[in-house]
Design a binder for this molecule. Sequence first.
Ligand code: ZN
Ligand code: ZN
Length: 362
Amino acid sequence: MVKAAVMRGYNEPLSIEELELAPPREDEVLVKVSAAGVCHSDLSVIECKIPIPPPCVLGHEGAGVVEQVGKGVTNLKPGDHVLLAWVQNCGKCAYCQAGKTHLCPTGLEMGMTGQDNVFSKNGSPIGKMAGVGCFSEKTVVRATAAIKIRDDVPLESACLVGCGVMTGVGAAINTVRIEPGDSVAVFGCGGVGLNVIQGAALCGASTIVAVDLLDSKLQQAKLFGATHLVNGKSVDPVQAIKDATGGHGVDYAFEVIGAPPVIAQAFNAVKRGGSAVVVGVPGFDQMVTVPGIALPLEEKSVVGSLYGSANLNRDMPRMIDLYMNKKLKIDELISRTVKLDQINDAFDAMKAGEVNRTVIRF
Ligand SMILES: [Zn+2]
Ligand SMILES: [Zn+2]
């Protein structure tokens, strides 16, 4: 039996329950979860903006230690320290072969349905979010969803690489490959937005404009490398970004909220030839509207970014090395560390905009 946080219905607090956990099958591993981050996408599932059906164990940003491996698993052994990845790649399709494991269609589909008979209660199956389900003392995942990392990194910090760090830093360094001297704006300075900012700083962006509605988040943005702070409540962010770039706009404007009107603002804030990079996840039924004429006449583009466009086996250990060599901030992202029983408080704090990240320590 394992203790886990289960979504029993949309828009309800998670329920802490004892569940049965099946042993790992052929290509799976059992991971004892050491720490898990509470990400905005968990809240999006609770609010049915990402429609994963209940009952389901949430949690998709975690780190732990491998306890048991299935018969067919050759790349991991008990005792290995791993990050959990919310896209399980099949290793065989054209995307996987090309190193674009984050685009593996099998992986995303497995994550969205939630059902794989790993967790159950009194014989009834309980799904797991994104193939991970790490709001649980232990979980069983596909071997390709457990990324081996060096074992001298504290797992409480490393866990954030599993989603927020990889998604944000990867958007800056992989999706658009910012170059030294480029100008960047970031709309939304939560856990992922701060990582876009530090990714842009790592790439050598000269101007990094942070946009948020909360001054407290903008102060955090400054710590992560923002050069200009814009409160979208008091000024027009598009104008402020143009003012910060000699009237031109930025090379790249990242939208890290998932709100169509903000995506349009990001588009309007980029210069000729620039790109709006959509990292935030809009609702499944939402459309994004941008001025069509600017696509050809100004050669602007809207680019999507999933999971930091990462080749997970290459990039996650890189993120860890950057952190260990003090080139990436992770500890500064952690506002609170709590126990699993306090998980609903973590969502309240997130809704109130009080935290960068809450980490659950098991
Ligand atoms: Zn996430
Ligand atoms: Zn694949």
